[in-house]
Design a protein around this ligand. Structure first.
Ligand SMILES: Nc1ncnc2c1ncn2[C@@H]1O[C@H](COP(=O)(O)OP(=O)(O)OP(=O)(O)O)[C@@H](O)[C@H]1O
Length: 869
């Protein structure tokens, strides 16, 4: 019998019998199903995968959901007096793959495994099963479920009025941090930076424990939280001050939270405590080793809101969301997964502290100049596996023997790394020298114990080298003796019986047997006992063969068990070194990032920017790091930038006129001339510089920015039902409300989505406000060439244009940014190039000349504040 994969509540589908654990008559279920239902009661919001022999099976409503989500056949199984119940199963060795798919779809999955061998269970008794893991999107550990080059964050939030606490952890790497701040929009921005896979939120919702999948609405989810994440509704108790504090003190074995930096941040403590409790609840006894909790402050880093991060295409492109074409794509020359993750974190969280930036620059400089060191380092780094995550898996008891071998191989490379950087100056490189001796010993121990390439499964033997354990060696030699006896049996029996076609075989059901073709069946000796008859052969056993078989099989089980025990204790030992391994893995990651950045700097011809405290931004021959790499070599046209008037204008240098370093640049130029590209280029150079990277320019002097804002061509936000224009206005309002004189503001075509005069008026007022009130460094790209008037009114505004060469029939894009404003736009030319019919172009030109003749804009705006009514 099989069912179609529909939900029991679907009114258009026939109701599936016994599909809801809450409704079935439990007294009529057989023992195993009663146990299943008991566990399901404890995890009503998760899908329960229950081990039955070689399968993980789901029953009742979960079977229907799993069948629907994974497109597996929904079938049914006899569950006792009650009859058949819906069932979907997956082979036990493939649980990881199927669970990954379910978790990606936003489900929590409970793994209920057999914790004793079915062979050891008394006949008629139920095999012992226990919940061994609860896997949710934020608590993944398995390699196959994670993206190697990005962190997988679990976040927890606590909100009190306009204040909030946020803790997050990547349990696969052990990172655990917390913060507290005010203004809920900052919380939203932090979440958008982290892109957590799961967010815990304390609530008094009746359905505690449920996991809201992305986009799913709930009255318990505050509106200002981005809908794109999974939210787990949790009880408020572990998030209370007392509980949370106690849990943190216990976990980190400290007397006060002073050392963790959050003693006086109650909301940060509550969020961190609630997160810890969730880990205890989901990881059961396999609690992962976490690093010491670290407290950070939002103002330690350059602030980039989500829109700006998106517009600058830091980790993915705006157009199609791909990695290819992003800044990370252009800069990522890291050799390890740890380095890849670190580079992503660095780019999303650039620094404000000049010292920190210079320390990174100095390392890049050293590696830039010393190409032998750089190449050797990269080569060694490539041989280092993801020791950060391998350690996490060892600590949580989920590492395989292959994981430990990879870890041992990587740890064994550390002394070479250490030697390589012995004469370097940079503290980032010198940190690689601090490899504790214990780790070298650990690597040796692991390699001495484990075979070179162990099998995937850890309970089926073949893991441990000979000579490691005397008992194991003895058991192995006895087993070999018996196996030899069986191997010889074919030869001796052939000789004894004279039957040349006699064979000795083995199968799972019958064990060892002697096979003889049926035509020779009358020649078998008396001690042969017939076991099975096939079309052409007869299969026999002998008492002696059975005795050997029993010995072999028991020995194999004992051997496998002993090997597993030795392996498990090695794994536990590795877990105890988690802190040391992770400290060195952070050093490896940082060195890897800097080495990769040095490599890019060399091959792309980047320069080391001079970072200064003032407001100036002076870039000579800057380039867009991504567009440059996408064009053939030499095709990108470099452009210079000067922004940020000196506070003390008297001390202006000879080469430094205000015209060259205005606060606000009005940038005009035809469509596709390169305005957006230039705008982004400036933003990216500033961002890269504050990450510590070299930048694509001939030279650069850059004052530290507190924030970078960008507003680049908005798209309709269908999810919130906002129009293009409203999205644009919201973003602009955000900029005007938060920008400071230390911010860099990049605006592209403000005021497009409304009537021309409305748009122009808004654009004018915004530019004027930025230049005269806020005085942030701003580039304002626009098609409203009327805005060029501003430069004649405000001293800190200058006009620049992206030049084109006009030929009778075409426009040649020169992509050069030069002083001066375009006196007209080229929209009609662009339309002609795009193929608008000639009469339409002709008419457009007529209309334009009429509009220009009657427009009073230029006259009206000349005197600020004296508009003609
Ligand atoms: N400095 C440059 N050197 C070489 N090519 C460039 C340069 N700047 C831009 N380009 C090329 O020109 C194309 C158009 O650039 P961009 O999108 O910045 O134009 P735009 O002026 O913003 O256009 P629109 O006003 O229509 O938005 C880019 O895709 C890029 O390939």
């Amino acid at each position: 019998m099989s069912y179609s994969a529909s939900t029991p509540t679907d009114p258009d589908q026939p109701k599936i019998r016994n599909a809801d654990t809450k409704e079935v008559d439990r007294s009529k279920l057989s023992k195993m199903y009663q146990h299943y239902v008991e566990i399901k009661d404890k995890y009503p919001h998760a899908l329960l995968l229950y081990r039955v022999g070689d399968f993980f099976e789901t029953f009742f409503q979960d079977a229907i959901a799993v069948s629907r989500e994974l497109e597996l056949v929904l079938t049914s199984k006899q569950a006792g007096e009650i009859g058949r119940v819906p069932m979907t199963g997956v082979p036990h060795h493939a649980w990881e793959r199927y669970t990954t798919q379910l978790v990606e779809k936003g489900y929590a999955v409970v793994i209920c495994d057999q914790v004793e061998d079915s062979a050891d269970t008394d006949p008629g008794k139920l095999v012992k099963r226990e919940v061994t893991r609860v896997i949710t999107p934020g608590t993944l550990l398995e390699e196959g479920m994670l993206n190697a080059r990005r962190n997988n964050y679990l976040a927890a939030i606590v909100i009190a009025g306009n204040h909030w606490g946020l803790a997050y952890a990547d349990i696969s790497t052990g990172e655990f941090v917390t913060t507290q701040s005010s203004q809920l929009e900052h919380l939203t921005q932090e979440l958008m930076r982290l892109q957590p896979s799961e967010v815990l939120i304390p609530t008094n919702a009746p359905d505690l424990g449920s996991l809201l999948r992305p986009g799913e609405k709930s009255e318990h989810l505050p509106e200002y939280l981005p809908p794109s994440f999974c939210y787990a509704l949790r009880s408020q108790i572990p998030f209370t001050s007392g509980e949370a504090r106690h849990r943190l003190l216990q976990r980190f074995k400290v007397r006060s939270l002073e050392g963790l930096g959050c003693e006086h941040l109650p909301l940060a403590v509550r969020a961190a405590g609630g997160l810890l409790e969730y880990l205890e609840d989901t990881q059961k006894e396999n609690l992962v080793p976490l690093q010491f909790l670290r407290t950070y402050t939002l103002t330690d880093y350059l602030i980039l809101d989500h829109q700006s991060r998106r517009n600058l295409e830091i980790t993915q492109t705006v157009r199609d969301g791909t990695f290819h074409g992003s800044l990370l794509w252009a800069l990522d020359k890291t050799s390890t997964a740890m380095g890849g993750r670190a580079l992503r974190r660095w780019l999303l969280q650039p620094l404000l502290d000049i010292k920190g930036i210079r320390a990174r620059q100095d390392t890049i400089q050293e590696l830039f100049e010393n190409s032998f060191l750089r190449q050797d380092l990269r080569q060694l780094l490539r041989q280092i596996y993801d020791i950060e995550r391998l350690t996490g898996r060892a600590g949580s008891g989920t590492a395989s023997a292959r994981d430990l071998v990879a870890l041992a191989d990587s740890l064994a490379k550390l002394p070479d790394l250490s030697e390589l950087v012995a004469d370097t100056c940079s503290p980032f490189l010198r940190a690689l020298q601090k490899v504790p001796q214990e780790l070298e010993h650990l690597a040796k121990r692991l390699s001495a114990h484990l075979v070179e390439s162990p099998p995937i499964h850890i309970k089926e033997g073949g893991l441990i080298r000979p000579g490691v354990n005397a008992q194991l060696d003895e058991m192995r030699s006895l087993a070999v003796e018996d196996q030899q006896w069986v191997a010889n049996l074919e030869v001796t029996e052939k000789a004894r019986t004279g039957i040349s076609t006699l064979k000795v075989g083995f199968n799972k059901t019958f064990g060892y047997y002697i096979s003889i073709s049926r035509t020779k069946a009358d020649q078998v000796p008396d001690n042969y006992i017939r076991k099975q008859t096939l079309t052409n052969e007869e299969r026999y056993i002998t008492p002696e063969l059975k005795e050997r078989e029993a010995r072999i099989l028991t020995a194999r089980d004992d051997l496998n068990r002993l090997e597993y025990e030795i392996f498990a204790s090695l794994r536990e030992e590795v877990g105890q070194y988690a802190e040391q391994i992770r400290t060195i893995s952070r050093a490896v990651a940082a060195a890897d990032v800097l080495c990769g950045l040095a490599e890019v700097a060399v091959y792309q011809g980047y320069c080391c920017p001079q970072m200064v405290e003032g407001r100036e931004i002076r870039i000579i021959d800057g380039r867009h790091p991504v567009v440059e790499q996408s064009l053939p070599s030499g095709f990108f046209v470099p452009n210079s930038t000067g922004l940020g008037r000196r506070e003390d204008t008297n001390s202006r240098g000879a080469e430094d006129t205000e015209e060259e370093r205005p606060d606000l640049v009005i940038l005009t130029g035809p469509n596709a001339s390169g305005k957006s590209c230039y705008l982004r280029q400036v933003g990216l150079i500033q961002l890269m510089a504050q990450t510590g990277s070299f930048v694509p320019a001939k030279s650069a002097i850059l004052g530290i920015c507190d924030r970078i804002f960008t507003r680049v061509g908005a798209v309709d936000d269908l999810a919130t039902g906002q129009s293009t224009f409203m999205v644009e206005m919201n973003e602009t309002a955000n900029i005007l409300n938060h920008a400071t004189a230390k911010s860099l503001v990049l605006l592209d075509e403000i005021g497009r989505g409304t009537a021309t005069f409305d748009g122009l008026s808004i654009a004018w007022a915004v530019a004027e406000y930025l230049a005269s009130e806020i005085q942030s460094r701003t580039i304002f790209a626009t098609h409203y060439h009327e805005l060029n008037e501003l430069a004649s009114i405000l001293p800190n505004v200058a006009n620049y244009q992206v030049t084109v060469k006009e030929l009778p029939d075409q426009i040649i894009f020169l992509h050069q940014v030069q002083p001066g404003g375009a006196d007209r736009s080229y929209g009609i030319e662009a339309g002609r190039l795009a193929g608008l019919p000639a009469p339409v172009i002709q008419r457009a030109k007529q209309v334009m000349s009429q509009i220009e003749k009657h427009s009073k804009i230029a006259i009206g705006l000349r005197k600020r504040g004296q508009f003609e009514e």
